[in-house]
Write a protein that binds this ligand. Structure first.
Ligand SMILES: Cc1cc2nc3c(=O)[nH]c(=O)nc-3n(C[C@H](O)[C@H](O)[C@H](O)COP(=O)(O)OP(=O)(O)OC[C@H]3O[C@@H](n4cnc5c(N)ncnc54)[C@H](O)[C@@H]3O)c2cc1C
Length: 543
């Protein structure tokens, strides 16, 4: 079986010419996509022809801030700027994106045309059209890509947002697998489905668990799963990619394939965590799991009185994490900052409130010995079936969620308040690195403390313990090991993240270049700092 890489360069090479026949002039010809000002650009009649083949629509998107571009000081622009802090508003627009751009890398761009796909046939028609006319193709589902890969100027966009049908299965057997594999409970979703849709179906309605993302509005079938994908309880259930049982995918030659453990296995492996884009996934089926007895949320702050005690606190806390928290009961994150605090935003599964108290005893007893430390914590037990149910949060912790109040919004659509800061963000920098579990061992923890402490002087250092599977359940490690995600994830206890950005709407701001300049210093300092993490923990490279 040949793995078809979904770039149109490879598409032309593999499907039209045959790789061995490429002369240098052919290569030159196919190295650029046709642009709107060139004679090769499709004529109106060609676009009409494409539109006729579609169940969905062919549209000409305009910038999501078009109104503000025309009149930055008008009321209409003011309304738009407010709406741009609602992820659902952004997602409803083919020109929208959850990030505005990334310094020195990319800015949100608008495609010339977009196919608002409603069926797999729409996607096949669009793929065939771009191949025939040698156009640049982009694919967008939920539009959450940090790397800007779901937007490009002078392109045809395949927008899957409207494809959000789902089917829950009590007992699913992949196509062609009967007799070889036992059935499992699963959910099949179409390409545009967001995690909030899947959670409602699986957990709120069917009282099961599916491993998805922490952020409700990230897409199920796009960059998340195809890049690995972590949720709060990944140490227990593995990556998003590890839960995939089957995909329906349109390849660059316009074929619709089924990929699972028994057919098109190489494509199946690549799609689960390989980074994309190996084809356009039109449907994805994911395994579900029984819910645990308990879910919980532990938030809090530990403060040290000065720098010296803060270093001591970091070392003690990292050792405590290694011994008591680095296992499949714990998830999410803690962070270290310039204000000498450790902020806790942890979740639990399978632990009662008493269990949590007992586990934390060694840490709280140690803290109580020193008047130089203070600790404030707050624990909430979450009924497992209600973990994504807005009614529970509204009643118990309304500050945790933001409801979508756009006219016509479906009932119960919300996002986590913690994600608000990331909506329509312009990134100055965003760095992350896996920390091998051995770094937390007694012999290494002092070195790790030194680096984290010096990083924390610059800006907040987030340690995401759910984004490393070292210490995770045997099942999570085994299933993730069968995917194409970088195997460093298997031994990493956590992912360290440092980012900086703003969700002011830069794309309309006249001072954008000045703001970018101001951030340059922070950007350079973080780059330097990152080399220390890299030296401390060289990344394992997949074979
Ligand atoms: C606010 C926010 C919160 C996040 N939270 C998490 C988190 O909790 N855990 C985590 O692991 N990651 C998280 N991420 C990162 C996120 O998973 C990645 O940025 C991912 O690429 C987003 O995928 P998407 O499909 O939602 O976005 P899109 O921008 O629509 O797509 C991302 C990439 O996938 C491609 N693609 C989209 N649909 C398809 C398809 N059907 N077939 C083939 N290719 C497709 C696109 O072309 C693009 O290359 C978060 C990102 C943001 C902005």
């Amino acid at each position: 079986m040949v793995l078809i890489i979904f770039s149109l360069i490879s598409l032309n090479l593999f499907t039209h010419k045959g790789i061995s026949n490429i002369s240098s002039s052919t290569h030159k010809k196919f190295s650029c996509r046709c642009q709107p000002d060139q004679s090769c650009w499709p004529k109106e009649a060609d676009w009409d022809d494409l539109e006729e083949q579609l169940n969905g629509q062919l549209v000409r998107p305009t910038s999501i801030i078009e109104v503000c571009k025309k009149n930055p000081y008008g009321y209409a622009c003011k309304d738009d700027l407010e709406d741009l802090h609602n992820p659902y508003f952004i997602q409803d627009d083919p020109a929208g994106g959850q990030s505005q751009g990334w310094y020195n890398a990319w800015d949100l761009a608008v495609s010339t045309y977009a196919v608002e796909a409603e069926t797999v046939e729409d996607i096949v028609a669009a793929v065939n059209f771009v191949r025939k006319h040698e156009l640049r193709l982009v694919v967008k589902g939920a539009g959450h890509d940090y790397l800007g890969r779901s937007c490009a100027p002078n392109s045809l966009l395949i927008w899957t947002h409207k494809m959000r049908n789902m089917q829950y299965h009590d007992s699913f057997i992949c196509q062609g697998c009967k007799g070889s594999i036992r059935s499992v409970s699963a959910i099949t979703v179409e390409a545009g489905t967001r995690w909030i849709d899947a959670y409602e179906e699986v957990t709120t309605k069917h009282h099961r668990y599916v491993q998805g993302g922490g952020c409700c509005t990230v897409g199920v079938a796009g960059g998340f799963t195809q890049g690995g994908g972590f949720g709060s309880w990944s140490k227990k259930y593995g990556t998003g990619a590890a839960g995939v049982l089957e995909v329906e995918v349109v390849t660059a030659d316009g074929k619709v394939l089924i990929a699972n453990y028994f057919q098109n296995q190489d494509l199946f492996w690549a799609i689960r965590g390989g980074g994309g884009t190996f084809g356009i996934v039109t449907k994805m089926t994911l395994q579900t799991h029984p819910l645990p007895r308990y879910f919980g949320l532990l938030q809090g702050t530990i403060t040290a009185v000065d720098n010296e005690y803060y270093r001591l606190l970091i070392e003690q806390f990292l050792s405590f994490f290694r011994r008591y928290l680095n296992n499949d009961h714990w998830g999410e994150q803690f962070s270290f900052g310039p204000d000498n605090t450790i902020k806790l935003s942890l979740v639990t599964q399978g632990l009662s409130a008493d269990d949590v108290n007992n586990i934390w005893k060694p840490m709280t007893e140690w803290l109580q010995k020193y008047p130089q430390f203070t600790i404030e914590t707050n624990y909430l037990s979450i009924p497992p079936t209600k973990v994504w149910d807005y009614r529970f949060w509204k009643e118990h912790r309304p500050e945790m969620i933001v409801m979508n109040t756009m006219p016509g919004a479906p009932k119960g659509e919300f996002w986590w308040a913690a994600n608000s800061d990331e909506v329509f963000k312009y990134w100055y920098t965003y760095q992350s690195w896996w920390l091998h579990r051995e770094l937390f061992d007694i012999g290494n923890v002092r070195k790790l403390t030194r680096i984290i402490y010096s990083a924390s002087r610059i800006s907040r250092v987030q340690i995401h313990i759910n984004k490393g599977l070292g210490g995770g359940s045997t099942d999570a490690v085994r299933r993730t090991n069968e995917t194409s995600t970088n195997p460093s994830v298997l031994d990493a206890a956590a992912l360290v993240i440092m980012g900086a950005g703003s969700n002011d709407v830069y794309l309309v701001s006249k001072v954008v270049s000045q703001i970018k300049k101001k951030q340059k210093r922070l950007f350079k300092t973080l780059q330097r700092l990152w080399t220390t993490f890299e030296k401390l923990c060289p990344m394992q490279v997949p074979m």
